[in-house]
Design a protein around this ligand. Structure first.
Ligand code: 5GP
Length: 122
């Protein structure tokens, strides 16, 4: 599947659409989700054109991967959930309801009653 240069996160990266930036490094950008599902709901995206984790894994450099994970951890610290705890989610593909075809990690936190991980019901 070819990367869609006009997906919403590509447009944010090009500055065509504004975002509430939290953190940025050479290879990654973190910003608040427009429709937060938790008191803290931040998205971290690589700056490179990767539609999902498989593409990120296949095409990103070690430096990009490292910078991405550093941005995730640094962002969690900056939004104040490092000590209280947080959940990382990366929806990949249709079964996971990935809506935006640019690899991203959700950081959820700020509330204790997030719920335990549960087995999906049929
Ligand atoms: P996905 O289902 O692909 O893992 O999640 C995509 C996320 O992107 C959703 O949580 C949605 O609210 C968020 N989102 C969609 N459009 C925008 C936008 O224009 N700006 C921001 N900040 N978040 C967006």
């Amino acid at each position: 599947m070819a990367y869609d240069q006009n997906n919403i996160f590509a447009r944010i990266l090009r500055g065509e659409i504004p975002c509430k930036k939290v953190h940025e490094n050479e290879h990654a950008l973190a910003f608040h989700d427009i429709n937060p599902q938790m008191p803290v709901h931040v998205l971290v995206i690589p700056k490179g054109p990767y539609a999902n984790l498989a593409e990120f894994n296949a095409k990103a450099s070690v430096e990009e991967m490292s910078a991405f994970m550093q941005a995730v951890a640094e962002t969690a610290k900056m939004v104040g959930v490092e000590d209280s705890g947080y959940r990382l989610v990366a929806n990949n593909g249709e079964d996971a309801h990935q809506e935006v075809p640019h690899f991203h990690m959700h950081i959820f936190g700020g509330r204790r009653i997030m719920g335990r991980m549960i087995k999906a019901q049929d």
